[in-house]
Structure formats: C-alpha cells, structure tokens
Design a protein around this ligand. Structure first.
Ligand code: 0O2
Length: 224
C-alpha cells in the first residue's frame, strides 16, 4: 500500500514526530516575528508618538491548504518540498492605516539584524491581475532550540486596512467559486481594487493635511 493511501490526503503526516517538530519551528518563528513587531511599535510610539501598525494577525497554513498549494505547483507532496518550496507555511499579516506606513515598516524590517530578508514582492507598485495589492517579504528567522538554531521562513504581508478589506472579501469569493468566478464578478472586484487604491491615496493626503494643520495650531498656541 502506498503512503498516500495509508494517510488519505496527507502523506506528509506519515512521520508525525517530524511534522510536529516542523510545526513547532513555524509557530516559534511566528512568535519571534510578533515579539519583534511589538517592540518596534512600542519604540515608534515612544519616539514619535505615532504607531504605524494598526494590528497584526498570524496563522499557520492548514495541512489541507499546504497540500493544495503543492499540488497546484506540481510539487511532490513531501515535507522536504514543503520546507524548501512553500514560503508561507508561517504567515504574519501587518495592517496599517496608510500606504506610507507600509514602506516605513518594510525599511524597518530590512534593518533588523536578526531577520534575513530573502525575497520581496511589491504588489502595491505592481498589483496582481486580480487587483490584489499588498507588500510581501519572506524572512528567515532564527529559532533557538536547546540543541540548534534553525532559520525558519515566515511570509510577512503588509497592507492597509482598505487593502485588507478588499483581499479578505476577494479571498472568500475566490474560494466560493474555486478560482473560477464569473467574469463580471472578477471585473467588479478589479474596479473595487481601483477604488480602494484611490481611497488609500485620499486618506493619506487627508492625514497629511490634518498633521500640517495641527502643527500650525500647536505653533500658534506656543506663540500665544
Ligand atoms: P492563503 O489561503 O491566503 O494562504 P511564491 O511565493 O512565488 O512561491 P505564492 O506563495 O503563490 O508563490 O506567492 P504570492 O502570489 O505572493 O501569494 C502568496 C499569498 O498572497 C497567497 O497565499 C495569498 O494569501 C496572498 N495573495 C496572492 N494573490 C492574491 C489575490 O489575488 N487575492 C488575495 N485575496 N490574496 C492573494 P495563498 O496560499 O494563495 O492563499
């Protein structure tokens, strides 16, 4: 009997101990990233009285979705291939208010000595055909076990609240139609993505105007 038949859809789960070890590494790597982000946002708040991070979410990809992604890419379903080729088993999503915050955070993450950025994708400068916009970084994070240091991959997605709203809805629709949404829905989603981009631009310029006005107000109070 082949291993796939014994374990149904998840031949990767054959070796339970190795699977659990890998998941432990991915979970630990997420904790490392979240801790670092907490520190960064507190430091920012202290220094500038401003926090570029609205909220952070994280998840480990489910075995079902790992296997689906490997099948989609024609990879043999093995744990080695998962570790080697699937970059988003561990995922952290940072949601910001403004597009400028995204690039500020990207610079901050690039400067972190502990993390090694191995890949970046700017889907804001170059949105996907679906209309998807976000900034992606794949980082390697050192996880310290009692016996070794294991550099573990985490995908960090950074987006605004408006981009997150769009992507969450689009993701649900994509799954509902199993990737084959009717043309008029895909077209409407692309139109919504453009509206979201315009909204982000407007909100950023509004925020800049508010900051300038409040600076003027502060200065006039000081002069009085
Ligand atoms: P899920 O269910 O969110 O986990 P590569 O890194 O090049 O090997 P990958 O991982 O396909 O290949 O890279 P890509 O295209 O940068 O996408 C990674 C993730 O970004 C996806 O993971 C989604 O979370 C998100 N994403 C990418 N394109 C879209 C899109 O058009 N709409 C939405 N809503 N999200 C998108 P998964 O595994 O596809 O999905």
């Amino acid at each position: 009997m082949g291993s796939e038949q014994r374990t149904g859809t998840f031949p990767m789960l054959e070796n339970v101990a190795t699977w659990q070890n890998l998941m432990f590494l991915y979970e630990s790597a997420i904790k490392e990233v979240r801790t670092k982000l907490d520190i960064l946002s507190e430091e920012f708040q202290n220094n500038y009285r401003y926090n570029p991070i609205e909220y952070v979410k994280s998840r480990i990809k489910t075995p079902e979705n790992i296997v689906k992604k490997m099948r989609r890419n024609d990879y043999e379903i093995t744990m080695e291939n998962m570790v080697e080729k699937i970059n988003d088993v561990a995922g952290v999503r940072i949601v910001c208010d403004f597009t400028a915050d995204i690039y500020r955070l990207v610079r901050m993450i690039r400067n972190l000595k502990e993390f090694e950025v191995i890949r970046e994708k700017d889907y804001i400068a170059k949105p996907k055909d679906s209309g998807y916009r976000s900034y992606h970084l794949i980082v390697k994070v050192p996880v310290y076990t009692t016996t070794e240091v294991v550099k573990t991959k985490v995908e960090i997605q950074i987006r605004t609240i408006a981009m997150d709203f769009w992507a969450t809805l689009e993701h649900k629709i994509y799954y509902k139609f199993e990737g084959n949404a009717p043309d008029y829905i895909s077209k409407d989603l692309r139109t919504c993505a453009d509206i979201v981009a315009q909204l982000d631009d407007k909100m950023l310029s509004l925020n800049d105007a508010v900051m300038r006005a409040s600076d003027r107000l502060d200065n006039s109070v000081i002069e009085d």
